[in-house]
Design a protein around this ligand. Structure first.
Ligand code: UDP
Length: 408
């Protein structure tokens, strides 16, 4: 029912070239008092979505620092993931009437996972609402538990949050991606930015030939403007809104739209949303709706690098790792001013923010008419990501938190 993930090695010294030897030394110094001590990450999917993306890289990097770290994926049936997806949308502010049955399903699967998973590491890091009730397995004084929340909790559905809060308040601390997501809680709260790995297959440099092959495979013309949004097919990513914005732009500029999305095992809504997208695309040959496998980092990398402009027109967003991924590749980005996006997109400095379909179309048109500004935004965006949203900084922050917990 559940999985322990085994990941490949990532040599830490490879990062020194990019970030400087000092950065790596600092990591080693922070990690040394934690050497050999056990850490366990728990989330609800091994692939698909930003959390799995981060853990895939963070866990092997921590192993390189001789930390005894494990990543467990909780198990659950379709009924569980339907309930937790509804909770996810409700916590992002969507209307929802939670029933006692929903809470019972949530509790039953958390209980099953408490019986199944070894939850005895010195440091337990539980990601997002799905496994939040694992905290009930905690033996008093035995170990440290923190809850890492990756979603925007600024306007949560009251009933769902009240239900969740009874578990969250039992942790030793909660970590949020933006100060705006913090809640009134009786435990310390920490600001933790998500991060990308510049040396992962998703973000490393690619040669032109490979990019050309990927474009050819999907029938995308490299000579024409390419607008791209890469996201799970999820209503909160507003793929239908992206198509509407593209249609406005298309009245003024020749362009193609790429909507690429894989699935995540903890997101049961993808197939329905994909149908809505295909209906809206209505057979337009310049709209490429690509169903990617859940794990296709090189294709995503190539599509981002080939794009003229990258879009992230989310209606709600925890952070939106895709934004940092595009900025790292020096792409001009037009994105919605929601959730964690404005932390990455400083309007008119590292990209352009929008608030509607019309606003998104307006900003795209502006960039297409001012390519020199588009280039500058991409360059500033790259620097902003380098300063703030790389995996080594995130690891440093984790190490500092664990040291603080260990001393508490
Ligand atoms: N992603 C992917 N393939 C897809 C769609 C998304 O690899 O078809 C990746 C994307 O590149 C990013 C992550 O999944 O690394 C999505 O993270 P984000 O924070 O943008 O959104 P989430 O899915 O977690 O809401």
């Amino acid at each position: 029912m559940s999985d322990t993930l085994t990941l490949g090695r990532i040599p830490l010294d490879d990062y020194a070239e990019l970030l400087g030897a000092g950065e790596i030394e600092e990591l080693r110094a922070l990690a040394s008092p934690l050497r050999g001590r056990s850490i366990q990450m728990v989330n609800s999917t091994a692939v698909g979505g930003g959390v799995a993306e981060i853990l895939t890289r963070l866990v092997p990097l921590a192993e390189e620092l001789d930390l005894n770290i494990k990543w467990e994926v909780m198990g659950g049936g379709e009924d569980f993931f339907e309930v937790t997806k509804a909770f996810h949308n409700a916590l992002h502010g969507a209307p929802y009437h939670a029933s006692q049955r929903d809470f019972d399903i949530f509790l039953a699967y958390n209980k099953m996972n408490r019986e199944k998973l070894p939850l005895d590491a010195e440091f337990m890091v539980i990601h997002d609402p799905q496994p939040a009730a694992l905290i009930e397995a905690r033996r008093p004084g035995a170990n440290h538990w923190v809850w890492r929340c990756h979603i925007d909790l600024s306007h949560p559905n009251r009933t769902v949050w009240d239900f969740l809060e009874q578990f969250v308040s039992k942790y030793d601390g909660a970590m949020f991606s933006s100060p705006e997501f913090s809640r009134q809680l009786p435990i310390p709260q920490y600001l933790f930015y998500p991060a990308i790995d510049p040396l992962s297959e998703k973000n490393w440099e690619l040669d032109r030939e490979f990019i050309a092959q990927v474009l050819a495979r999907y029938g995308i013309d490299p000579q024409r403007t390419i607008l791209t949004q890469i996201s799970r097919f999820d209503r909160l990513k507003d793929p239908v809104g992206v198509i509407r914005a593209y249609r406005i732009v298309k009245r003024y500029f020749d362009c193609q739209l790429v909507l690429a999305g894989g699935s995540a095992s903890d997101d049961p809504e993808g197939a329905v949303v994909l149908k809505e997208v295909l209906r809206e695309a209505d057979g337009d040959p310049d709209i490429k709706v690509l169903e990617l496998p859940a794990w296709a980092p090189l294709e995503v990398n190539a599509l981002q690098r080939a794009s003229t402009i990258v879009l992230q027109k989310s209606l709600r967003e925890g952070f939106g790792l895709t934004v940092s991924e595009a900025l790292w590749k020096k792409k001009p980005v037009v994105a919605s001013a929601v959730g964690g996006i404005p932390i990455q997109i400083i309007h008119k400095h590292t990209g352009l923010l929008a608030h509607s379909v019309e606003g998104t179309a307006y900003q795209i048109r502006f960039l297409l008419s001012h390519p020199e500004i588009a280039t500058r935004l991409g360059e500033h965006g790259h620097e902003h990501v380098k300063e703030n949203f790389l995996i080594t900084q995130k690891l440093k922050r984790y190490l500092t938190l664990l040291l603080t917990l260990a001393r508490a």
